[in-house]
Design a protein around this ligand. Structure first.
Ligand code: ZN
Length: 389
């Protein structure tokens, strides 16, 4: 997948394995590195910026002139402490890699939102929403900017939550951005599969404590679906469970995950086909969305819809998403150790702080995943004529 042939480890600067794994996973992604470059071009390069610090870290991790098998991460950690929202994680105690990643992505996004004004974008620009008329479906998105390549966080996708009356056609939709999909691991799944979790997460459920504004009857169907697929899919497994006595424990159930994945079965389908024209207009006008409102939801509009058919979705075996890395946590809820598997073209690497070793693909798939990263392959575009560079 990504170069270099040999990966470097990162020293542990005192319970910083959560940071090491998150940094290794994100910097392993070509699209994330392009995103850092995109922010640099838009905002500038300076040690006071997080994207510059992460780019510097990537430089050190890929420096073949230095033969050391690992880098000293202390100076990077110290530079990251200038950001209050990150400093609180870098206090020498064990932290949650997922929470830290959210803080890092939010910080990176803030550079772009500070530089560009907020605006309203017609919902019709969103793909798969062509059945909606623009006047009823306006969406408040922020920040808004003419989107250049590499300026949207590659982990950012859009989710749609539908609440539909069980008796009439009235429905209420909410859209919100996400940079990961959190899947709760519970007892019902023993040795589950990631597809089962995604299916359960996006399945329609019946709600009884809801009254329809239109027909005034009780009962709705609620469903969460993916509206726009991210370039990089991050799946996070919530393995921490609180029992009836209030004690928290971790579920170590192994969850199978494929090398190739498709999100199509979990996407909203409004019966409209995504066309190239709508896709390009979307890219021109859409913008990175405030990652602070992760999974929070903003009420965008409230209108009756014709249909929200979601039946008979096929599940392709060979999806456009390819596994990039796996973060594994060993130990209990409050103490343990993070390690990461980075996938290469053949097999990959297992990195536990300074220790790096080559592994077979089968070992990567045996990992007890805490977080999974998948990179989406873009459809091949035929280029006519000669192209320079
Ligand atoms: Zn109704």
């Amino acid at each position: 997948m990504d170069t270099p042939a040999q990966k470097k480890g990162m020293s542990n600067a005192g319970n910083t394995c959560f940071f090491n794994c998150m940094a290794q996973s994100l910097l392993h992604l070509l699209k994330f590195r392009a995103y850092l470059n995109g922010i640099s071009e838009s905002v500038g390069t300076d040690d006071k910026y997080l994207h510059s610090i992460l780019s510097q870290l990537n430089k050190e991790l890929t420096d073949t002139s230095n033969e050391s098998p690992y880098i000293n991460s202390l100076s990077i950690i110290n530079r990251m402490k200038q950001f209050p929202e990150l400093k609180k994680f870098l206090n020498g105690f064990q932290q949650d890699a997922h929470e830290f990643q959210t803080a890092v992505l939010t910080k990176l996004d803030s550079y772009l939102s500070n530089h560009h004004p907020k605006a309203e974008i017609p919902f019709s620009f969103l793909p798969s929403m062509k059945m909606c008329t623009p006047q009823i479906v306006k969406i408040q998105r922020k920040p808004s900017l003419p989107l250049k390549a590499g300026l949207r966080c590659p982990l950012e996708g859009q989710m749609i939550s539908t609440l539909k009356c069980q008796h009439c056609e009235y429905a209420n939709w909410t859209c919100f951005p996400f940079t990961d999909i959190a899947l709760s691991v519970h007892d019902a799944f023993t040795a589950g599969d990631v597809k089962e979790y995604l299916k359960a997460h996006t399945e329609r459920e019946s709600i009884s404590d809801w009254k329809c504004d239109k027909c005034l009857r009780i009962g709705a169907f609620k469903q969460l679906q993916i509206l726009r697929q991210p370039d990089v899919l991050c799946l996070y497994f919530r393995r921490s469970v609180v029992d009836t006595r209030g004690a928290s424990f971790k579920i170590n159930t192994h969850i199978n995950f494929p090398t190739k994945l498709s999100l199509e079965p979990y996407c909203a389908n409004f019966g409209a086909k995504e066309t190239k024209a709508s896709d390009s207009s979307f890219k021109k006008t859409a913008a990175p969305v405030d990652t602070l409102s992760l999974m929070g939801g903003n009420k965008m509009f409230e209108q009756p819809i014709q249909s929200n058919s979601n039946s008979s979705k096929r599940e392709p075996e060979d999806g456009p998403y390819t596994l990039s890395s796996v973060i594994e946590h060993v130990g209990a809820t409050n103490q343990g150790h993070y390690m990461v598997y980075l996938k290469g073209t053949k097999g990959g690497w297992h990195i536990s702080d300074c220790d790096v070793r080559k592994v077979e693909l089968s070992e990567i798939h045996n990992a007890n995943a805490s977080m999974l990263f998948y990179s989406k392959k873009k459809p091949v575009k035929k280029v006519q004529g000669k192209k320079s560079k």
